[in-house]
Design a protein around this ligand. Structure first.
Ligand code: 13P
Length: 238
């Protein structure tokens, strides 16, 4: 039986004070999570230390990116081992925003994932088709290629895949449960039934349960709805 994994992605939001406020506020709340559900937040790197000092034990820390290199002359980059030394467990790699604005390719995503695993981090590898590709019924072809190239040679028991249709991110347009299920089932069919697959794209407290009830959806990667304490709690509570 695969576990469930729910990770908030704060993207480029919250300064130090706002990060502290979030963690102070959540520490005062009472809520119950399923013991088989892993949950956490992908925090901007500069706030990871603040986050790690104030977080409750169960909450996992993720970064939003890493360097493909171990160390050296790569100005502005942050390595897996640096992140690991601050208690980071997961790292989001190849988010569609990084693919679009930072021109990350499947090859780069693969190299970053190899580096993350080598240093004991769990990569959350993002894939997903654009609106054009979706409308042209190319979703499986596009996602299949991203999976094949981004996951090349990786140990599938050491990674998570996040299926995030680009047209559903931050738009309020969630893919239908059937559609999200169909693509996640497809990803399982070309990888392994053991692989954990998250869905991402306008997930919130009202639709998450139905999404997680789909047999091939093992969790969610959540942007907007992870930013406020109450809505984050609505994602992770039983
Ligand atoms: P939203 O939940 O805001 O649509 O963002 C999804 C996402 O990009 C998570 O990585």
């Amino acid at each position: 039986m695969r576990k469930k994994i729910i990770i908030g992605n704060w993207k480029m939001n919250k300064d130090k004070k706002e990060t502290e406020n979030f963690l102070n506020e959540i520490s005062k709340k009472k809520f119950e999570t399923d013991k088989d559900t892993i949950y956490g937040i992908a925090v901007p790197s500069i706030n990871i230390e603040t986050f790690s000092l104030l977080k409750t034990n169960e909450m996992k820390i993720s970064s939003q990116d890493i360097s493909q290199f171990d160390s050296g002359a790569y100005t502005g980059e942050i390595s897996s081992s640096m992140l690991k030394s601050f208690g980071v467990t997961y790292v989001v790699i190849g988010h569609s925003e990084r693919r679009a604005y930072h021109f990350e390719t499947n090859k780069t995503v693969n190299l970053k994932a190899v580096n993350a695993i080598k240093n004991g981090l769990v990569p959350i590898i993002c894939v997903g088709e654009t609106l054009d590709e979706y409308e042209n019924k190319q979703s499986k072809e596009v996602v299949g290629k991203q999976i094949k190239e981004s996951l090349k040679g990786l140990d599938l028991s050491k990674i998570v895949v996040a299926y995030e249709p680009v047209w559903a991110i931050g738009t309020g347009k969630t893919a239908t449960f059937e559609y999200a299920q169909e693509i996640c089932e497809f990803i399982h069919s070309i990888t392994s039934k053991e692989l954990l697959i998250q869905y991402g794209g306008s997930v919130n407290g009202s639709n998450i349960k139905d999404l997680l009830n789909q047999p091939d959806i093992d969790g969610a990667l959540v942007g907007g709805a992870s930013l406020e304490v109450d809505s984050f709690i609505s994602l992770i509570s039983k």
